[in-house]
Write a protein that binds this ligand. Structure first.
Ligand code: ATP
Ligand code: ATP
Ligand code: MG
Ligand code: MG
Lengths: 253, 253
């Protein structure tokens, strides 16, 4: 099972949009995908129409050991299971703070789930305990980067966190990919930013640029992925292309 | 002196772009503006070309009492003084955590600075001690909201924080304004989102919509405000209109 975390402590850069649509495209291409919402804002869950406010079997309950992974699953599409989040997760960082081995709450809770080709985690915009749990479970970090002037600011803090987790807790962890998001093809700014990103991450930046496309912003309000909502849009084309690129990197297809 | 904090714990919604350009427009219209960068990412400072990494007189030093407010000022434009930030500010939350009266570090450090019409604070995307310091100093909260589906998610957390500061620490504090940012005039989504926002904040949403305009994203890389970089652009028009609306609300002009 390939384990991927979508991480960037900056907000609004495309983590959720990528979690939802990359997962949907991989599932549509026949891969079995486990999508884990680890953000108290639960945007990934809401994007699939899963409002888990009253639910007692979410990623929060999983971290606390109140339920099993199998109990927390919601099948949202063929080949696509979701572990949803809700606002209770906001308390998890404080509640787990004093626990021994608190970085491994997620990893330990997911031991029994191996029946997938991909596990993909949508992370909150921070570098706290929820992110550390994701980083202690996965082997691959993909960084969605917004193609704008400040895109690379703060990336060194992310590197530092990944480095600490790798050296102390999870030697298999690596920053494997950078996804250029919100790419505005009409202007020079996005192109300059991507050139800069490629200098910092040689060989790791995905060839696929996710272009700005209002369909991607509209789809969540309909509870649909982009390939259902607007299958011919640029957004759908780009995420299908990204899914194929991700599979190729894993030697599939 | 009118004291305004630009607050929203979500990232990438337009706080910095508004801090920079609203301040620049107010200054150009003859108001004396004190702009305070309270974000360790220092995007507001960088947008004016002020890289304060080595500087020992920043908002961080101010909070710790290492320098006076007057010593921390940088005049970036006529009528516009900046108190810059740098990454050291990331440590402030932890360092001040144990201090008695830690919410008042900013307020107390700014007592001597009254020679301005407006003090405007750019806040980081969080609800921690830096934000609490801003909220303990100002009387007005403006919330920049990105005109997208998830705009109102999480706003209740912001309300809660403002409410706690108001009741325990700063009775004069109020959420006075909501600024619709990144408004995409070509699609229905932004219009629907603003209608929703106006239901939640009757009478407080600014009439000015800040439309998406790539010039606003380009200007920071040139160290310029939008009215210098692209004075005829939609971005410049919208921020000038917002500045006039802000002044009208304060009975000016
Ligand atoms: N390529 C795109 N084109 C148009 N809109 C986009 C695109 N990618 C994302 N968006 C929109 O931008 C906003 C932010 O994106 P998203 O929620 O994916 O970011 P995020 O990194 O998950 O944010 P957060 O840190 O708050 O969780 C959303 O409204 C989303 O619909
Ligand atoms: N109206 C607009 N049109 C086009 N781009 C915009 C607009 N407003 C902001 N941007 C761009 O969107 C990105 C995020 O905006 P900004 O930095 O102002 O948000 P923020 O709320 O300060 O983010 P953070 O929480 O990370 O500090 C920046 O690259 C900015 O240049
Ligand atoms: Mg998200
Ligand atoms: Mg900012």
């Amino acid at each position: 099972m390939h384990r991927i975390a979508l991480v960037n402590q900056k907000g609004g850069v495309g983590k959720t949009t990528t979690a939802v649509n990359l997962s949907a495209c991989l599932a549509a291409l026949g891969r079995r995908v486990l999508l884990i919402d680890l953000d108290p804002q639960a945007n990934t869950s809401i994007s699939f129409g899963v409002r888990a406010d009253e639910r007692q079997r979410t990623s929060y309950n999983l971290l606390r050991g109140d339920c099993t992974a199998a109990e927390s699953l919601v099948t949202v599409r063929p080949n696509l299971d979701l572990i949803p989040a809700n606002i209770d997760l906001a308390g998890a960082e404080v509640e787990l703070a004093g626990t021994i081995g608190r970085e491994f709450a997620l990893r330990d809770s997911l031991r029994a789930l191996t029946n997938y080709d991909y596990a993909i985690i949508d992370c909150p915009p921070s570098l706290g305990l929820l992110n550390v749990n994701a980083l202690s479970f996965v082997t691959e970090v993909y960084i969605p980067l917004q193609c704008e002037y400040f895109a690379l600011h703060g990336v060194s803090m992310l590197f530092k966190t990944v480095g600490v987790v790798k050296s102390r807790v999870n030697p298999a962890l690596d920053i494997q990919g950078v996804i250029p998001c919100m790419y505005d093809a009409r202007t020079g700014l996005s192109r300059e930013v991507v050139t800069e990103i490629e200098k910092h991450f040689p060989g790791r930046v995905f060839k696929t640029r996710i272009r700005t496309n209002v369909r991607l912003a509209e789809a969540p309000s309909h509870g649909k992925s982009i390939i259902e909502y607007a299958p011919d849009s640029n957004g759908a084309q780009d995420y299908r292309a990204l899914a194929l690129e991700v599979m190729a990197r894993h030697g599939e297809r």
